[in-house]
Write a protein that binds this ligand. Structure first.
Ligand SMILES: [Zn+2]
Ligand SMILES: [Zn+2]
Length: 211
C-alpha cells in the first residue's frame, strides 16, 4: 500500500488510513455500503449513489428492472405475441414444424405441415394419443432415413409416404435471420451490429415526420 491518505491522497505519514482528523471525519461522513456487494465506498452525502462500482450499478438496475411491474408486463406481452406469431405459434406455419405425407390404414392420404398440431386436431381418427402417434410417425421417418436398422415401417397401420426437411406452408415466408448470441460474436461482428443499429435508428428518425 502506498503511503497516501485514502480520502485526499496526501502523504499520511505514520497514520493508518488518513492524513488528518479532518480526513477521518470526512471519510466517516461519506462512506457508504454498496447495496449489492456490501463493499464500502465514498460518496458525498448529497449524491444518490448506492452502489460502489459501474458493475454493481448495472446489477442493481437489473434487479430493479425485474421487480418493476413493467418488466412483468413486457414479458407477458412477449409471450402473448409469440402465441400469435406465425413463426412461433402452434399453427401450420410454425418455423420448427416440418411437412409430411401420411397414409391411414384405410388408404387416405393426409398432407400435413405441422404433425403435432394435426394430431391434436384429429384425435378422433388416431389409434392412440397425439403424442404417441407423432412418436410413431417420427420413428418411421428415422427408419426411412436409415438411422435405425430394424426400425418401424408403420405405426398401427399408418404409413409415411413422404417427409420434408422443411415446412411447405412457409414457402412464401421470408428467410428467418439466424440469431447469434452476443457472447459468441467476434469483435468485428459486434461492431458491425452496432453500426447497423445506428444506421437503422438514423433511418427511423429520418422517416418519422415532425421530429
Ligand atoms: Zn487526507
Ligand atoms: Zn458493490
Amino acid at each position: 500500500m502506498e503511503n497516501k491518505c485514502v480520502v485526499c491522497g496526501k502523504d499520511k505519514g505514520r497514520n493508518k488510513l488518513f492524513c488528518s482528523q479532518e480526513c477521518r471525519v470526512k471519510y466517516l461522513r461519506n462512506k457508504r455500503t454498496c447495496v449489492i456487494c456490501g463493499r464500502e465506498f465514498l460518496a458525498p452525502p448529497s449524491s444518490g449513489k448506492i452502489t460502489c462500482s459501474v458493475e454493481c450499478e448495472r446489477k442493481n438496475r437489473m434487479i430493479n428492472w425485474k421487480t418493476n411491474p413493467i418488466y412483468a408486463m413486457t414479458l407477458e406481452r412477449a409471450h402473448e405475441a409469440a402465441k400469435t406469431n406465425p413463426n412461433t405459434a402452434p399453427v401450420e406455419t410454425n418455423a420448427t414444424a416440418k411437412s409430411w405425407v401420411i397414409v391411414s390404414p384405410q388408404g387416405t392420404r393426409y398432407e400435413i405441415n405441422n404433425l403435432a398440431l394435426w394430431a391434436r386436431e384429429h384425435t378422433d381418427i388416431l389409434p392412440s394419443t397425439p403424442d404417441l402417434f407423432c412418436d410413431g410417425i417420427r420413428a418411421i421417418k428415422r427408419t426411412q432415413e436409415g438411422k435405425k436398422k430394424r426400425g418401424a415401417h408403420q405405426y398401427r397401420g399408418w404409413t409415411l409416404e413422404k417427409y420434408y426437411d422443411e415446412n411447405l406452408s412457409r414457402k412464401d415466408f421470408p428467410e428467418r435471420k439466424k440469431r447469434v448470441s452476443r457472447s459468441r460474436m467476434s469483435d468485428e461482428q459486434r461492431l458491425e451490429r452496432k453500426r447497423q443499429r445506428a444506421r437503422d435508428q438514423y433511418q427511423k428518425r429520418k422517416n418519422s415526420p415532425g421530429e
